[in-house]
Design a protein around this ligand. Sequence first.
Ligand SMILES: Nc1ncnc2c1ncn2[C@@H]1O[C@H](COP(=O)(O)OP(=O)(O)O)[C@@H](O)[C@H]1O
Ligand SMILES: CC(=O)N[C@@H](CCC(=O)OP(=O)(O)O)C(=O)O
Length: 270
Amino acid sequence: MSKQRILIKYGGNAMINPQLQQEIAAQIFKLQDAGFEVVMVHGGGPFINKALEKAAIKTQFVDGLRVTEAVAFAEIQKALIGEVNADLISLLNQNNLKAVGLSGKDAGMVQAKKYQHKSSDGSLVDLGLVGEITDIDSTLINNLCQAGYIPVVACIADGADGTSYNINADTFAGKLAAAVKADQLIVLTDVDGLFLDYPDPDSIIHELDERAVKEHMGSTIQGGMIPKIQSCMLALKEGVQKAIILNGTKPEQIARYVINHEKIGTTLTL
Ligand SMILES: Nc1ncnc2c1ncn2[C@@H]1O[C@H](COP(=O)(O)OP(=O)(O)O)[C@@H](O)[C@H]1O
Ligand SMILES: CC(=O)N[C@@H](CCC(=O)OP(=O)(O)O)C(=O)O
């Protein structure tokens, strides 16, 4: 029987503390040891913010997506691939994993095009070099996983004409999870899940189906939670069996959920 595959999306907000990163590495080791294949997609919002600030480039978000001018893109690419991805690879490999750093560009794995964003009033908003995934070739990930490597993928990809795009890491993770036929998608952020009354952690919603997602979209589901929940729903619709939001600042939640099957986080269902 083939191994179960888990795609972990590691959000930038959960990544800030280096000690917690070590603990995430230990959790991934546990998953591999328990017989799972692990693929990671990472974001890096806070690291990008810092890089743009340093370069004196103002940044603006529209519906959770960073408007990406060409000058900003250059800094974003450096931050995601040159800093966040490179540092994660060092850390994972120091912790006895065989992690391989990639972006969607490698071997033309992920193809993208310019994302045409429609605002709530239906008008088109130009977000610059924000991309939308058009195609994914899973061969590279499959080969790496079969050989025991952990692919760690930054959320950048090229278009057919060679233009590079900045893609929201949640969206990237959902699409990649489906394309590589992951069994589970785990979205790690810096809160325990979706809260009915944000920021009250006691109001956590443990299970959310499609009808509840529609009901809460735009109210309870706001800001950074929008792409997370949308990408979990997309992954489920495209064949991923389980999708959950967990707290990456409490790394032990990973094994508690995957191995001990504890009822934590926010599970999405169809
Ligand atoms: N209803 C809600 N429940 C929980 N978090 C929420 C809610 N609404 C908005 N959020 C915000 O979403 C954030 C996570 O999204 P984001 O900042 O994009 O993180 P990441 O870097 O993990 O992608 C939380 O830190 C929280 O501030
Ligand atoms: C288009 C867009 O918004 N891209 C994101 C990519 C990084 C990301 O998504 O990082 P987190 O997972 O840490 O939020 C950005 O520029 O911030």
